[in-house]
Design a protein around this ligand. Structure first.
Ligand code: FES
Length: 284
């Protein structure tokens, strides 16, 4: 067992001593734990979350332990809840494992879980939501451990690679379009991460991922009209594409990025009044 897993097991065992608040009867204990992290570029977020999942699994206290991302990564909360339910989960504990958590997700997280439960009235399932990590006393102890463990570190210049600078970071490459693709929490819940990968894949196949005619793509945080997500804004036209689906994205690549025509059927331009969520390709 790794040091991290051993530490987690000790913490869980200590917290679950008879007579403590977490001393729940076996029948009431969640059968499933879902650790919810924040994503990011590259594989680091995934690897870190995997280590936390492995640590909780190693306690042997829960039947199933899974990880999901609030934003900027996959799998996301809804699809992971769905997978847990399909695997037989009856009592799922969702635990946010990132800091800090600001006001918006604190309010939104219980709402989006309730919304998922409303969409699945056929499921006999309970979903519990843990307090945020930043509000828990254990975080202070963990930080103190990290600080103490780092006291003997060397100066950051020891053994550092030579910093020659990278001229590419001073370039602003030519491009025909700039697509801002929202991977904020709400759009991510609507599977924006999968759509973003689809976009990158289609652009590569069309040879539009490099050179002066390229479509430059940028992942963003929340762009604001969350109820219309997944959202992508394309410049120079300033075309706001909303409620994107895989077929819509394919059509936008062909008509907008290849032929140069904004797909007006799918846009929700800035306006004084709220938009209705655009109809999907299947008419729903
Ligand atoms: S999360 Fe995408 S618009 Fe808010």
């Amino acid at each position: 067992m790794s040091d991290i897993a051993a530490t987690h097991q000790a913490v869980v065992s200590a917290a679950a001593q008879p007579g403590t608040d977490t001393d729940v009867a076996d029948g009431q204990r969640p059968d499933t734990v879902l650790l919810l992290g924040k994503g990011g570029y590259g594989d680091f977020a995934r690897e870190e979350l995997d280590r936390m999942v492995a640590a909780v699994r190693s306690t042997g206290r829960y039947h199933r332990v899974e990880g999901a991302f609030l934003d900027q990564g996959t799998p996301v909360l809804w699809s992971t809840l769905q997978a847990c339910a399909a695997a037989g989960a009856r009592r799922i504990l969702v635990v946010p494992v990132f800091v800090p958590m600001d006001r918006s997700p604190r309010i939104w997280l219980p709402k989006v879980i309730r919304r998922w439960l409303r969409r699945h009235p056929e499921l006999e399932i309970e979903v519990l939501l843990a307090d945020t990590l930043g509000d828990h006393a254990a975080l202070g102890a963990a930080v103190c451990q990290v600080v103490a463990a780092a006291e003997r570190q060397s100066d950051v210049r020891v053994g550092a690679p030579v910093d020659r600078g990278d001229p590419s970071w001073s370039a602003n490459p030519l491009h025909r379009y700039h697509a801002l693709f929202c991977l904020g929490p709400r759009c991510s819940t609507y599977l924006a991460g999968d759509l973003y990968r689809q976009l990158r894949d289609r652009l590569a196949k069309r040879g539009l991922n490099s050179g002066p005619e390229q479509v430059r793509t940028t992942q963003t945080g929340c762009l604001y009209p969350c109820n219309l997500g997944p959202v992508m804004v394309v410049y120079p036209e300033g075309a706001w594409y909303c409620a994107l689906t895989p077929p819509m994205l394919d059509r936008i690549v062909e008509e907008h990025f290849v032929d140069g025509q904004v797909v007006a059927d799918y846009t929700c331009p800035p306006a004084a009044r709220p938009h209705k969520r655009p109809a999907l390709e299947d008419g729903s």
